[in-house]
Design a protein around this ligand. Structure first.
Ligand SMILES: Cc1cc2nc3c(=O)[nH]c(=O)nc-3n(C[C@H](O)[C@H](O)[C@H](O)COP(=O)(O)OP(=O)(O)OC[C@H]3O[C@@H](n4cnc5c(N)ncnc54)[C@H](O)[C@@H]3O)c2cc1C
Length: 481
């Protein structure tokens, strides 16, 4: 189907104001927040109902046109972009909270609902939506489900997969299905689990049933400073080894603290070499006891200072610093590559030393802000695109960090997902048979290989996919899958 006929057919489904077909306008959608993977769609369609999404999917499946679902585009994986062109389905107009049932602690939302908007809708009644990626002010719940998003509070509450009870999805077969739903422990295969983290490769999520979590009676947030990120990392393992699972346990090193204080001014000691942001929540008496234990462990493990936020305003400011850290990095570098990887928690001190060595060997600075309690690293490798060769060095460092994480028994994503960025690494983690089984599951939902092609799988495991085509832009060698 040619471009003009495709756009016309889409207008018939969603109306004229729901289709963006001019090449210049489509450029706005050429990347997610990992901006060096580029591929503009041929057409962007903005449906306002599940029925419209399903009709668009059916049209594309019949015509063999690639489909790329997109929420808010905050992904950090080369996910909501179209290396092979095709139709991008932006779900932002589907942004209604359809049902809130506090008695049974769930909500049903459309996929374009912004993460924080759901918490805002229920917090006055003592509830919240627990997955809290730092992008929660802008990222969509559909995108959170599709990437199995985490966040600082995933340590205690779990990532999106623990909070998505069911999804309605327009699959690559063109059908509209409900998988799971508000009632827990449904019999049969856990197909909701298969959809969470599938990054748009099985279908477009059109509704999400999510758990609502009761807010704890008490919360305490503390900031402990350390002499180095390695020493801070040792304290992390010691806290968890004591049997305490904080609501959040975040680590930040000196470059990121400097960036935050230059930008956000969150009250982190500007001369600290490393800090841990520790949050405890639950029944007041339990929080009190745990706070004393955590303070004792931090001091025994070399904390230089430990300050507990005295009120909600101070607590909110400490979190503002953490949540806006990635944006604040612009204060210390022209560009950066942000990675996401996981190591066993006990390996944190070792991997932090390796990350520093990998960056130093390439004359680069690396800033670290991460979900230490989960062993989930987020090195931000700083570079200046105006300096010839620095971008390539930063990519090399990023690759070397992933390999180092795998070598110590870790993996290549903790929460951001795979997208284009990590696809080639999957072959290091899974056998041919493992990948073939995943590709077979994909074929069940997407027999024609039109759903978000080029993502997640190394090319050999998803060999039914269409050949690379229009819309693709050159990316550094070795990055295509
Ligand atoms: C500053 C910053 C901080 C971040 N912090 C965190 C963090 O703490 N934790 C974390 O996990 N992530 C974090 N992220 C990454 C990102 O915000 C998450 O991955 C988020 O879940 C993406 O949501 P989105 O709506 O922006 O999805 P998009 O970027 O639009 O899409 C992400 C992927 O999901 C697919 N998708 C989107 N919507 C649908 C749908 N309705 N149906 C099917 N597939 C769909 C897309 O095709 C794509 O593959 C951060 C990003 C930024 C920029």
């Amino acid at each position: 189907m040619d471009h003009r006929r495709l756009a016309e057919a889409l207008r018939e489904i969603v109306g004229p104001d729901g289709v963006i077909a001019a090449a210049d306008d489509c450029l706005v959608y050429e990347c997610d927040m990992l901006v060096y993977y580029k591929g503009a769609p041929d057409v962007v369609v903005l449906p306002s109902s599940a029925a419209q999404v399903a009709a668009v999917v059916r049209l594309c499946v019949e015509a063999g046109v690639p489909i790329v679902p997109r929420g808010s585009g905050t992904g950090l994986i080369g996910g909501a972009m179209a290396p092979r062109g095709g139709v991008m389905i932006g779900v932002n107009r589907m942004d209604r909270v359809l049902e809130v049932d506090l008695q049974n602690r769930y909500a049903i939302v459309e996929p374009g609902v912004i993460n924080l908007a759901l918490t805002r809708a229920v917090e006055g009644r003592g509830y919240f939506f627990a997955p809290d990626p730092s992008s929660q002010m802008v990222s969509s719940i559909g995108g959170n489900a599709a990437t199995n998003a985490g966040g600082p509070h995933a340590l205690k509450y779990g990532s999106a997969v623990s909070h998505v009870l069911g999804v309605e999805v327009a699959t690559g077969r063109g059908e509209l299905l409900w998988l799971g739903g508000p009632v827990q422990e449904r019999p049969g295969y856990d197909l909701t689990g298969a959809m969470v983290g599938s990054e748009g490769t099985l279908g477009v999520i059109t509704k999400v049933a999510v758990k609502l979590t009761r807010a704890g009676e008490a919360v305490k947030t503390a900031l402990a400073t350390f002499d180095s990120i390695e020493v801070a990392s040792e304290a992390v393992s010691a806290i968890i080894a004591e049997g305490i699972i904080p609501a959040a346990l975040e680590a930040l090193d000196e470059p990121i603290i400097r960036a935050i204080e230059a930008g956000v001014k969150a009250g982190y000691p500007a001369d600290a070499r490393a800090v841990l942001l520790i949050e405890l929540d639950g029944p007041a008496a339990e929080v009190e006891v745990q706070a004393e234990t955590v303070a004792r462990i931090c001091r025994a493990r070399g904390a230089l200072t430990l300050r507990v936020a005295k009120d909600d305003a101070e607590r909110a400011l400490l979190w503002k610093g953490r949540k806006e850290a990635a944006g604040a990095v612009g204060r210390i570098t022209h560009n950066y590559v942000l990675q996401d990887a996981v190591v066993p928690r006990s390996k944190l001190p070792e991997i932090m030393a390796q990350v520093q060595a990998i960056a130093a060997a390439r004359d680069l600075v690396v800033a670290n802000v991460f979900h230490a309690g989960d062993g989930n690293l987020h090195p931000l490798i700083c570079y200046d695109e105006r300096v010839p060769g620095q971008f390539e060095s930063a990519l090399e460092a990023s690759d070397a960090i992933l390999d180092a994480c795998i070598a110590v028994g870790g993996t290549v994503t903790g929460e951001h997902g795979v997208g284009m960025d990590k696809a080639k690494k999957l072959a290091l983690l899974f056998s041919e048979d493992d990948l073939a089984a995943m590709a077979a599951v994909r074929r069940v939902f997407d027999p024609r290989g039109v759903m978000n092609p080029g993502k997640i799988f190394p090319s050999h495991a998803a060999c039914f996919e269409a050949a690379p085509g229009r819309g693709a832009r050159p990316v550094p060698e070795g990055m295509w899958v």
